[in-house]
Design a protein. Structure first.
Length: 574
């Protein structure tokens, strides 16, 4: 609101001057605002520095304007916006005066007219982080992710690359003088970050690096795994959640740098922020990563507690980490592990029972698709539970043909596969089981090939659902379960028990007998061909008590590496 006392032509010109000054400030136009003042040079410098520091997201409104006997005063109401989504607002009101300049008016230059504290020194904006910083804990309360000081080793043109490489190569063998030179060439004359070091890695070489010309050490705060061996992109969701909550609780300050030191003139204190209690188990996480470490191709293990849906371990090896969080979002043909879905659908359709005698020829042409068993093994006529335990492709392909087009799609959804889940702390994809409109496609899908895809997370959820009797809500932050995009039909009673019995036989007398030393283990192996049928992924899904897991090994050639990794994990996890 603008109120003018003593209206006249002079008053109109005064009002126009004050409005022009406010408008120029609102545009972040230092030169235009300064030109309206009594000290253009000083105002230009001060306002230029102000906008460079605080930005130009500012609105200045004119309040009361008064003129009395050649003197004038006015008020300004100002709002600055800062930070993410410009949600931090600094609001204040200031007063100023104007001096007659012939028939016109000039703003009497006083930095305090523009912002509180500006007359005492330059202003700056900074964020205030919650103290103490939140931690991400595992389910036992042990620290999983905590804030650490890391140091960026920044190398500028002219630096001795041989000397830099000699110091950091023992920590990161991939860094050489040649690799640094390539990075420098790609940066076209700009500095590059050679490596980011934790404090314990930096300490032995800090003085040598600091002494090198054109090498700068830039410390920063980052959230890192307390055990560096557990560093993995699978933890990125928890890191993102930590950052979101830290940002939401963060404060901010506008300070002026006075001759006596920094003085806060505006802002908001940071709020306390609580630790994030994850469901992960550090011991299981280490056991899973150790089981995967020797494998040369990307591999992942996901372990879920069926009774709660809590994720206990989400592990990958280094080749998988290079591809991102494939344990949670990578989609692959699930191969014979999908037979848990196929047999569930067949049992529900009423076409078979676990004891029904079915054919398991070594190879069979089913609806124009030649389906072989592994090495063309032939069991002849056997009970369904035996065909499942021995992983008869021909049996499952024939069962799938007799299902309705959406039979596998619905059965998969009952087990959590094809459902999208949204949960704090993780981004996941379970998989996709399209409606099979042709018999040939149903044959392919029945053995986990064709258009069926699943993530390791998705297949772990299938195992957890079979163990629990219904799909649990996946959870990685205690007390904050996932929300499903839809609710499928419930799994009929007894079906889960029947499939579990077949999975037990898979371990005691089927394709996973190398795991029969693990008490009470249920399982299903899987080999999934891809590309040109000359390559195959390896899978294993299992249940042991209140633990369900899926193991995936890319381009493994068979299920053996996945089964071995599952055994290594389960024996170590206890």
């Amino acid at each position: 609101m603008l109120v003018l006392a003593g209206c006249s032509d002079s008053g109109d010109r005064l009002t126009a001057t004050v409005r022009s000054f406010a408008d120029a400030l609102s545009r972040g136009d230092a030169a235009a605002a300064a030109a309206l003042t009594t000290d253009e040079a000083a105002a230009t410098e001060t306002l230029g520095d102000l906008f460079a520091s605080l930005g130009t997201d500012v609105r200045v409104d004119v309040g009361t304007v008064e003129e009395t006997d050649g003197a004038a005063s006015f008020g300004l109401d100002t709002t600055w916006r800062f930070g993410p989504e410009k949600r931090n607002e600094w609001r204040y009101s200031t007063d100023g005066t104007a001096a007659a300049d012939g028939d016109d008016w000039k703003i009497q230059w006083n930095p305090a007219t523009v912002a509180p504290g500006l007359d005492e020194g330059p202003l700056s904006y900074s964020t205030l982080v919650p103290q103490p910083a939140a931690r991400v804990l595992d389910r036992t309360g042990a620290e999983l992710l905590t804030q650490h000081v890391v140091t960026l080793v920044e190398v500028a043109p002219g630096a001795d690359l041989n000397a830099v490489a000699a110091l950091v190569n023992p920590i990161a063998p991939g860094i050489t003088a040649e690799s640094l030179a390539r990075d420098m060439d790609a940066a076209a004359g700009k500095p590059v970050t050679a490596i980011t070091l934790r404090q314990d890695d930096l300490a032995p070489i800090e003085s040598q690096l600091s002494a090198l010309p054109n090498v700068t050490l830039n410390p920063q705060l980052r959230l890192l795994s307390t055990d560096r061996a557990l560093a993995s992109p699978t933890l990125s969701g928890l890191s993102d959640l930590w950052q979101q909550r830290t940002d939401a609780a963060g404060g901010w300050a506008v300070t002026t740098q006075t001759t006596a030191g920094a003085k806060r003139v505006g802002g908001q204190d940071a709020e306390p922020v609580g630790d994030i209690a994850s469901t992960l188990d550090i011991g299981m996480q280490r056991a899973a990563e150790d089981a995967l470490a020797p494998l040369p191709t990307p591999a992942a293990i996901v372990a879920i507690q069926p009774s709660t849906g809590n994720l206990l371990a989400v592990a990958q090896n280094a080749p998988a980490d290079a591809q991102g969080p494939i344990a949670l979002t990578g989609l692959y043909p699930p191969g014979s592990t999908f037979k848990t879905v196929t047999v569930s659908a067949a049992l529900q359709s009423g076409q078979v029972t676990p004891d029904s005698v079915v054919a398991c020829p070594g190879t069979e042409n089913i609806e124009g698709r030649q389906i072989p068993n592994d090495d063309n093994f032939d069991l002849g006529q056997v009970p369904l539970h035996t065909a499942f335990a021995r992983s008869c492709n021909t049996t499952m392909g024939r069962l799938a043909v007799n299902l309705p087009p959406d039979g596998l799609t619905k059965a998969a959804a009952q087990l959590g596969l094809g459902i999208d889940y949204t949960a704090p702390g993780m981004t996941t994809v379970t998989g996709s089981v399209p409606v099979a409109d042709t018999a040939a496609l149903r044959v392919e899908e029945g053995i986990g090939q064709g258009e069926v895809t699943a993530s390791p997370f998705g297949m772990a959820l299938v195992a957890a659902t079979l163990a629990n009797g219904s799909a649990p809500a996946p959870t990685i932050v205690e007390g904050e379960p996932a929300v499903a995009d839809r609710t499928p039909e419930p799994l009929p009673g007894a079906v889960d028990e029947q499939v579990r019995a077949m999975m037990r036989e898979t371990v005691t007398g089927g394709t996973a007998t190398q795991l029969q030393d693990i008490p009470g283990l249920l399982g299903k192996t899987g080999t999934a061909e891809y590309i040109d049928d000359q390559h195959a992924h390896g899978w294993f899904v299992g249940i042991r008590g209140d633990l369900a897991l899926a193991v995936f090994v890319s381009d493994a050639g068979s299920s053996v590496p996945a089964v071995d990794a599952a055994g290594g994990f389960l024996r170590a996890a206890g």
